[in-house]
Design a protein around this ligand. Structure first.
Ligand code: SF4
Ligand code: SF4
Ligand code: FES
Length: 247
């Protein structure tokens, strides 16, 4: 991890990781605080292993994870201020790291956040295929090039709903309280748009969810642990909306 302060222990061993971890138990603490733990460093050490070491050796720290393999999206936290999957973030050298819960989400305890509001937005976007209702009203919405279609679909289907993209999106921060659902929701809408069985007008839906306010800054793509080509998709979808919904 390039942002770590590098160092070796005085004893000449492999050294330690100093992990400054956010702690907050609403049932006991009047406000959040940070606590520092020393964890032995080894090659290929991950942030999740650091958290687990703290849990097993120091404190009953609350955190969430499942697959340990970049699949479930549950272990997302802020590492040195950036959203990352803990199980997929190596610590390349001894040094200091900070680990915090994802920002802009209510903290339940320590590193566990309440994702229900953002997950509700994903569900409200009707990720299920809509076949019998809400037929596409804009028959003249331009169809995508088949190769582009495949490229985007292959990318989008790897989304694990970790919410790293929504957490880093500057527009989502600015437009809190307004209709700007963010890339984690739009990606679900796009997947359905690309499904030939789906009959809903997904372009209009994405516009209603704030798609046209995205400024294509690319941060969501940069921090997507699945390396999904989000800006390609967002640009294409915005172009479809502009062509199919000119007023
Ligand atoms: S698009 Fe990437 S960052 Fe966003 S929720 Fe899906 S996997 Fe996570
Ligand atoms: S490209 Fe759009 S959705 Fe992605 S971070 Fe930037 S403003 Fe947000
Ligand atoms: S534990 Fe499942 S993505 Fe990290």
């Amino acid at each position: 991890m390039g942002t770590l302060k590098k160092g070796r222990s005085q004893s000449g061993t492999l050294g330690t990781v100093k992990a400054k971890i956010y702690r907050y138990d609403p049932s006991q603490d009047s406000k959040p605080h940070h606590k520092e733990y020393e964890v032995p460093w080894k090659k290929h050490l991950t942030v999740l292993e650091v958290i687990n070491h703290v849990y097993e050796n120091y404190d009953p720290l609350a955190f969430d994870y499942g697959c340990r393999g970049r699949y479930c999206g549950r272990c997302a936290v802020l590492v040195n201020g950036k959203p990352k999957l803990a199980c997929f973030t190596p610590i390349d050298a001894p040094g200091t790291i900070t680990i915090k819960p994802l920002r802009r989400l209510p903290v339940i305890r320590d590193l566990v956040v309440d994702k229900s509001k953002m997950n509700d937005n994903i569900l409200a976007a009707r990720p299920q295929v809509q076949t019998d209702t809400l037929l596409k009203t804009s028959a003249d919405i331009p169809k995508m090039d088949p190769e582009e279609f495949l490229f985007l679909e292959e990318n989008l289907q790897w989304c694990n709903e970790c919410l790293c993209c929504n957490v880093i999106c500057p527009c989502l921060n600015e437009k809190e309280g307004t209709r700007f659902s963010g890339p984690a929701v739009w990606i679900q809408i796009a997947l359905r748009h690309l499904d030939p069985k789906d009959k809903m007008d997904r372009v209009t839906q994405a516009v209603h969810e704030g798609l046209m306010q995205c400024n294509l800054c690319g941060l969501c793509e940069k921090f997507c642990p699945q390396k999904i080509k989000l800006t390609d998709y967002l640009r294409t979808f915005q172009q479809l909306a502009a062509k199919g919904h000119e007023t």
